[in-house]
Design a protein around this ligand. Sequence first.
Ligand SMILES: [Zn+2]
Length: 548
Amino acid sequence: MRPLMLALCLACLTSSLPAQTTSPSPASRVARALDARVLRAHLEFLADDVLEGRAPGTRGGKTAAKYIAAQFERLGLEPAGDSGTYFQRVPIIALTPEPSLAVAGASASPLTWKKDFVLWSMRNDSLVRANGDVVFAGYGIVAPEYGWNDYAGLDAKGKIVIVLVNDPGLQDSTIFRGKILTYYGRWTYKIEEAQRQGAAGILMVHTTESASYPWTTVLSGWVGPQVRLERPPGSLLVAGWLQQDAAARLFSQGGQDLAALTVAAAKKGFQPVPLKLQLDASVRSTVRRSETENVLGRWPGRGPLAHEAVLIGGHYDHFGIGAPVNGDSIYNGAEDNASGTAGVMAAAEAFVRSGVHPGRSILFIGFAAEESGLLGSQALAAAPPFPLRDMATILNVDVLNLYGRTRDFSALGLDQSSLGVVMTRAAAAEGLKVTTNEEALLKGSYFRSDHFSLARVGVPGTSLESGSDYVGRPAGWGKEQHDKYTNERYHQPSDQVQPWFSYDGALQQLRVIVRTAVAIGDTPAQPKWSAGSEFRQAGEARLKQGGQ
Ligand SMILES: [Zn+2]
């Protein structure tokens, strides 16, 4: 039936539309070359029990990396990893801490680990010690675009700074972005800024409201092994949290009132306040080292911008074999993120099949160790295979929509840079309207996936989200499915291939991705950070960087 209908249709087209018929654009050709069977085959392989949940450094994790590299090679992508291979080394260090924290010279009011504080080493050694004067530095934020500097007039060198989590918008909706969490509110930012200021240590005051999670969540993250990349030497020795009541006691011991200072910290022009005491902090750690790898393949661009690249990536790791749930101990990670990894490979295949080479190259990436804290993408940002200034953007694919076709499209951080405009146009070409996920904004989801490691070094990017308006489904159905995934399968052995998986929605998302990649690949100027973005400065610094 089908060939006949096609022939008829072509006949009517040629008779009614002479000469005028335009051939499809390069972006349309790539979009049309996306193949649901390719996507499904990769997903089902990566999510199979035989891959043992793809944990970093395990046989299953290595098999996944080899598989991705083999696919890149089959497709004819150029190796873009270390020394002519498809692999980039990601060295991982795991430190299990045994810390102590005390007021120097005082016998009263000792601080108890886990009850009152948690503390990590910021070095790679088995013992670090920091002692020094203590200063309350408000929210610990330096944000020129908001005219804000909590370190104003303070020489933090050798000192231990105490800061609040979240940002001042929490107390005053007219400053920063109000209740929408900016990157300045995340604890990772506080640590980075303290390091830039030359501090010896940083302690963050926990409240359930400011952190958006209880003290028990801090404990579960900070008491067991701290898994991260090895750090280059810097000033910062220790970082940790203070439980709210313990912090209040410490402040009164140092002649200050935490409650009053918390209010003062949300006022513009806040000045750092020294506490009349010194802290003695040390962390003894058991150190284990291991290694995993990113997988990198390059589809070369054509023309003067071919040395630059658009990045399309997704993390291939998951949790491996762990505690059994309902008799199943393999954490397959089918949706998270066999789907995204399969999507990256399917996108690569679409470029190859269509033969479309945009002006910029496309770098396809299988990120390692995302679930351990975005480690693969951090390793790429720390040791890029070509200068960061040549990375035009990153399109991250973390969990594809396997629930069916939608009328809308969503992605994180579209307001952060001009990439949002390009992506909105690409979505429109697929008949999709862009919707914003409000919940993701409030939670700061933009700061929790691999594109973000690149944002921190100034490369604008985004991570796909599922739309919510499903074709042929009642309103609210999408949210229901999403909640069900979060409650029943997310990060559990039950995140495995489901008989009802539908690839239509995922194909819609990938078509938007490849259209965006072609548009950015062919536009002379790189996407720009928005004027109000907290990453604009990093973006400007990136473009001024010299070669590696
Ligand atoms: Zn994920």
